[in-house]
Design a protein around this ligand. Structure first.
Ligand code: KDG
Length: 316
């Protein structure tokens, strides 16, 4: 298996017309979860990915497993929890690309993930284990499962990829900073925004190269500072890389970071050099933001070629 990942995936409800949610006459139904978004991205780029987590024994849980399986994500270790519902995520498209996310996930099936759910053999078989800080924030048992999974990967020599993915609705900056710093020390690859990075190394230099170096000093050999429309500053295997983003019309920025991680990891597991990893990561991020939805716009390999070669806006 190229990538193993886990966490909470939710049913996603979104107003199709921009404005306060209370005026919506209908909501679009989909799914979203940072880790499963990345698993889908890796599959679309031709890799193999497994996701595990808990879903409720309800229509939303069945929607999640249908969607992920339909995208080629392996779900053999996913648990159907009969005692708690699948969580909901509401995406209120308030104005243009301004989106307000609200969770209904306290006590959800996904947050009941626990150490007994962790498939250690599957993790040992992976080319990379990808985790996010969200799992540490959703419950104590999920945090323990995360800890165990990371330990198994490290013992087996499987690289650990960590996307900090700070969600302020779930915990305070102080709580997150303390907990995530411990995870950063055990990660090989680290994805973060500048704001997230400063939770971990509050005293780091103002400039991004210094910030990346501060994070790398904690352990990760690749540090990727994602800068949205401004691209990425990366400190990988000791070398600094600065890369711009593709200029694309932004329709929905949610999920861009998961796409970036998917692109980077898709090349990492194929043993490709850093330059290729960054190219695919930035292309995947660009595709993700051009389409409504957290993962729906993620590219295939053919889409990557299209972005590279397109001189016209229409390819026939
Ligand atoms: O990164 C996109 C995610 O925010 C979304 O798909 C849902 O996992 C999610 C979360 O916790 O916000």
């Amino acid at each position: 298996m190229d990538l193993v990942t886990f966490g909470e995936t939710m049913a996603r409800l979104e107003n199709p017309v921009v404005g306060p949610m209370r005026h919506a006459r209908a909501l679009d139904l989909g799914v979203g979860g940072a880790e499963s978004n990345t698993a889908i991205g890796l599959c679309r780029l031709g890799g193999t990915a497994a996701w595990f987590g808990r879903v409720g024994d309800d229509e939303f849980g069945r929607l999640i497993t249908n969607v992920l399986a339909g995208e080629g994500v392996r779900l053999g270790h996913t648990v159907v929890d009969r005692s708690a519902p699948t969580a909901l995520l509401f995406k209120e498209r308030r104005a243009g690309t301004l989106t307000r996310v609200q969770y209904y996930r306290t006590g959800s099936a996904g947050s009941r993930l626990c150490p007994a759910d962790v498939p250690h053999d599957l993790i040992r078989s992976a080319r990379v284990l990808h985790v996010t800080g969200i799992t540490a924030a959703i419950s104590a048992t999920a945090r323990q499962a995360l800890d165990d999974a990371v330990e198994t990967a490290r013992d087996a020599g499987v690289p650990v990829s960590l996307d900090l993915n700070y969600r302020r609705a779930l915990w305070t900056p102080t709580e997150a900073g303390e907990c995530l710093q411990k995870l950063v020390k055990r990660a090989d690859l680290l994805f973060a925004t500048e704001q997230e990075a400063r939770l971990i190394v509050p005293d780091a230099d103002d400039d991004l190269a210094g910030l990346a170096a501060g994070l790398a000093a904690l352990g990760p050999r690749d540090v990727l500072l994602k800068r949205g429309a401004q691209g990425v500053v990366a400190l990988c295997e000791g070398a600094l890389h600065v890369q711009g983003a593709h200029r694309v019309p932004v329709i929905d920025p949610v999920g861009a970071g998961d796409a970036f991680a998917a692109g980077y990891l898709a090349e990492f597991v194929r043993g490709r050099p850093v330059a290729d990893r960054l190219d695919t990561a930035t292309a995947a991020g660009a595709y993700a933001v051009t389409v409504r939805g957290d993962w729906e716009g993620l590219p295939s390999r053919a889409d990557l070629d299209l972005l590279k070669s397109a001189e016209d806006t229409v390819t026939r």
